[in-house]
Write a protein of this length. Structure first.
Length: 242
């Protein structure tokens, strides 16, 4: 359970900023690493940073500390479909050009919630770095596909877009209202919002927005409302709002 959502969000932003600062100071840290070792090191640093954000956002969502407005926020990405129905395994997940069709690529919008799901369950995770003696290393973009998603295609996500439209937006998110529902057995449905307008006068709309975030949300809401009907014989009403 995250007791202080705003502080936790700042820690996620700090992890990303630390990663970017270290990239600019390349070679860092001072070691006797060979060329191939540097590549492995920055791959590990990239994965560590990305998983901190993906898992952190998932934890914020589970703790109801991230508003649904941010959860559904669309992030721009490029989708490349799988080529000929053949997808990568464990040892060749980095062979993007072999398995995915760049000529059929199309720009798509991927909600924050689903993007972080893909990070947590990633199978394809390939960063693209550039570098010079003047600017140090830079992470330009990265390829991402979950274990299930790799069978359909891969996403190419610009790193600056990821930082500006996801990390920074999550950091600035402020939950100001919560619709909470509780079953007799203690199970809860909590819907956090970052605005007082548009949902307080429409409980059904609030539930609909939350339900539409993902298939998992939809299944949970349907089950919860069914249990509510059995327990109270009516549609759920908010137990509390803050």
């Amino acid at each position: 359970m995250i007791d202080d959502g705003p502080a936790y969000k700042l820690l996620l932003q700090r992890a990303v900023k630390r990663f970017e600062i270290d990239l600019q100071k390349w070679p860092w840290p001072p070691t006797r690493a060979a060329g191939d070792d540097w590549s492995t090191y920055w791959q590990a640093r990239f994965e560590d940073t990305l998983f901190r954000v993906g898992l952190g956002v998932r934890k914020l969502i589970e703790a109801s500390k991230l508003s649904v407005e941010v959860q559904e926020r669309p992030i721009s990405a490029i989708f490349m479909p799988v080529r000929g129905g053949v997808f990568p395994g464990v040892i060749d997940q980095h062979r993007i050009e072999k398995f995915y069709d760049g000529e059929a690529a199309q720009r798509v919008q991927l909600p924050v919630l689903l993007l972080c799901h893909a990070i947590v369950h990633s199978h394809v995770l390939v960063p693209q770095f550039t570098g010079s003696s003047h600017s140090g290393l830079r992470l330009e973009n990265f390829y991402l596909a979950s274990d299930r998603g790799r069978k359909g295609g891969v996403y190419l996500i610009d790193w600056r877009t990821f930082v500006d439209e996801l990390v920074n937006v999550v950091t600035l998110d402020d939950v100001v209202e919560m619709l909470a529902f509780r079953l007799p057995n203690g199970e809860e449905l909590r819907i956090p919002f970052s605005t007082h307008q548009g949902f307080t006068d429409s409980r059904d709309r609030a539930i609909s927005v939350y339900r539409s975030l993902s298939q998992g949300n939809a299944k949970f809401v349907d089950k919860f409302m069914h249990e509510w009907q059995k327990a109270y014989g009516q549609a759920p009403g908010p137990e509390a709002s803050a």
